[in-house]
Design a binder for this molecule. Structure first.
Ligand code: F6R
Length: 610
């Protein structure tokens, strides 16, 4: 959460910083700010709210050739102009942008205030600016930053600009991602390299404890003792042409419609499927068949939508590989002092690869000797590096804060893992080949499910003002129901709940009323008839019901007000197809209610604080 950008070089910094902030806005949009460094002074512009508000107060142009910018997701201090970053030291000699949370900021603030330093914000971050400025009295900039960082505890990614050294930008990382971009006679600093990737693909990802000292024509990395660290720059993968909304009004809809391609890429465009052996080939897994056979249990860890995908992944593993599998909320697992078994494979699932809770869980597991792999979309992300091996999701960049295409691609990657493990154990050649065929057919079936859009739009017009919406499903469709509810509440702010069909009579039935629609998810298989009974129970209490199904059964017409039919598939893959109308519904309701679909209130795309 929070995005940082920095630039130093021969070009005008302002448009480059602004462009970077636009690309980082997914990390937070409570406020934004820019500090421009010119000889002897720092000019800071900052504004509460989305980037448009900052743009309205920025000068039309500025000659400054270096500066830093920040887009905020508030932790300490309310959302306001004065709490927006960058923060200036009280003498105006230093500007700091910070992503992370400091633990000991209150005592440092008290100490500085007793020395007469005047604070202007309520943030924890301002202490960094004040500390660096105090250290600058007696030290050079790099030493001053190091001395300040030695005083603080907590997480940080920071960018520091100096009034007296306008071409100098210093970055430092402890727990919050930061990368430097090395251009031709210019350098960038950013929380996510996509913020500078259109200018340079040469990047260095900072590690915890790194201090990056950037000037237009030079860069170096030091540690907290001030010693130089050897670091090689790496080349970022070529950028995909997915950075704009194209014909769509928002990224959410665009990314929903990109799911056929995202899933095809997750399948390696066929390259991850081995048809004749009925299995999956996963080069990044770095496990021999013997290693795979030694796995006694698979535990997924993730948060939010990725957790829902992981819950489905665990069920697919049990179905195909017949080994125990479960998915755990990473934040809960981490704090539960987990018992880590050496025969268990831990799979961290994440779109961004930067989710703090998921990273913390992986570190805890690794510290206890557990084997971890990642199912990660963010190439080169902290999680991908931490795990070292796994399956890249390859869904492509996801700009909308609410996840869509990463969700379906994560399920598919979990299915590939289940297939590879299953085939090395109990899954027969015939069953493996059937799975391969079904996976290959998935992108085309998603395409067909997307054709439900206009019917879903009609439903949204009818029910967008509902006080609540319920989602129910059984088996693999239970996590899909949870995801349907999450998507709706997240982007439309309509209260929604997902629950298992079996739980209906144990409480949620009390919520049913003519004003509260229920989406019932059904798939051809063992649970179909029981979910059908749930629908009758809801209708008997005058609750409107929408059936979302992969089996067009004549009984549905009597048990539902509307029936949305997606193409048939294996039961365990039905969540991918049945989520399509749910994503479209959430988006249609949000748009009926005039919400900012891509940037829902209070949220940010990467949750980099615990
Ligand atoms: C919901 C959503 C979040 C994320 C969660 C984990 O639409 O996007 O719930 O799924 O914050 O994020 P990643 O996948 O980046 O670890």
């Amino acid at each position: 959460m929070c995005g940082i950008i920095g630039y130093t070089g021969p070009r005008k910094a302002l448009p480059l910083l602004l462009q970077g902030l636009h690309l980082l806005e997914y990390r937070g949009y409570d406020s934004a700010g820019i500090a421009l460094a010119t000889e002897g002074s720092l000019r800071v512009f900052k504004k509460e709210g989305k980037l448009e508000n900052l743009e309205a107060v920025l000068p039309a142009s500025s000659a400054a050739k270096s500066g830093i910018g920040h887009t905020r997701w508030a932790t300490h201090g309310v959302v306001s102009d004065k709490n927006a970053h960058p923060h200036l030291g009280s003498k105006g000699r230093v500007a700091v942008a910070h992503n992370g949370i400091l633990d000991n900021w209150a005592e440092i603030r008290k100490e500085l205030e007793s020395e007469g330093v005047e604070f202007t914000s309520e943030t924890d971050s301002e202490v960094i600016a004040q500390l660096v400025e105090r250290e600058l009295e007696t030290r050079k900039p790099t030493e001053a930053v190091i001395a300040a960082l030695k005083r603080i505890s907590g997480t940080y990614g920071i960018a520091v600009a100096f009034a007296d050294k306008p071409g100098l930008i210093i970055g430092a990382r402890n727990g919050s991602p930061l990368a430097i971009g090395i251009g031709d006679g210019e350098a960038f600093l950013a929380s996510d390299p996509s913020a500078f990737a259109s200018h340079t693909r040469k990047a260095v990802f900072l590690q915890d404890g790194d201090i990056a000292v950037l000037q237009a024509k030079s860069w170096e990395i030091r540690n907290l003792r001030g010693e130089l660290s050897d670091r090689e720059a790496e080349t970022l993968p070529a950028r995909t042409a997915e950075g704009d909304k194209g014909i769509h009004p928002d990224f959410f809809l665009k990314e929903t419609f990109e799911q056929p391609q995202a899933v095809a890429r997750a399948l390696g465009n066929g390259g991850r499927l081995v048809k004749d052996l009925g299995t999956a080939k996963l080069g990044g897994l770095d496990m021999s068949p013997r290693d795979i056979q030694g796995i006694r249990e698979i535990v997924f860890v993730a948060m939010g939508t990725a957790l829902h995908a992981a819950l489905i992944g665990a069920r697919i593993v049990e179905a195909w590989a017949r080994i125990p599998s479960r998915a755990e909320d990473a934040s809960e697992l981490r704090s539960a002092n987990p018992i880590v078994n050496k025969d268990t494979l831990y799979v961290a699932v994440s779109q961004s690869g930067e989710t703090a809770d998921t990273l913390a869980a992986v570190r805890e597991i690794q510290m206890k000797g557990g084997r971890t792999i990642g199912i990660v979309n963010g190439v080169g992300s902290t999680l991908a590096r931490l795990c070292g091996s796994g399956i890249y999701v390859h869904a492509g960049p996801e700009h909308s804060v609410a996840a869509t295409k990463s969700w379906s691609a994560q399920i598919v990657c979990s299915a590939l893992l289940a297939l590879a493990v299953g085939r090395s154990r109990y899954l027969s050649l015939g069953d493996g080949r059937r799975v391969v065929e079904e996976l290959e057919a998935l992108p085309g079936k998603i395409e067909q499910a997307l054709a439900l859009k206009s019917r879903v739009d009609d439903l949204a017009r009818r029910w967008s003002r509902s006080t609540s919406t319920l989602f129910l499903g059984r088996g693999v469709l239970y996590p899909a129901a949870l995801e349907g509810a999450l998507k709706l509440k997240e982007i439309s702010y309509v209260h929604a709940e997902g629950f298992a069909g079996g739980a209906l009579k144990h409480g949620p039935l009390a919520l049913v009323s003519p004003e509260v629609p229920t989406f019932a998810l059904l798939a051809d298989g063992e649970t179909f008839d029981r979910t059908l009974s749930n629908m009758s129970e809801v209708r008997a209490r005058k609750g409107p019901v929408v059936a979302v199904t992969n089996r067009d059964d004549p009984r549905l017409a009597d048990a539902a007000d509307e029936v949305l039919v997606v193409p048939p598939s294996l039961e365990v893959l039905a969540p991918v197809l049945e989520s399509i109308p749910l994503q479209l519904y959430a988006r249609a309701v949000a748009s009926e209610l005039g919400r900012d679909v891509d940037r829902p209130r209070n949220l940010a795309k990467s949750v980099t604080t615990e």
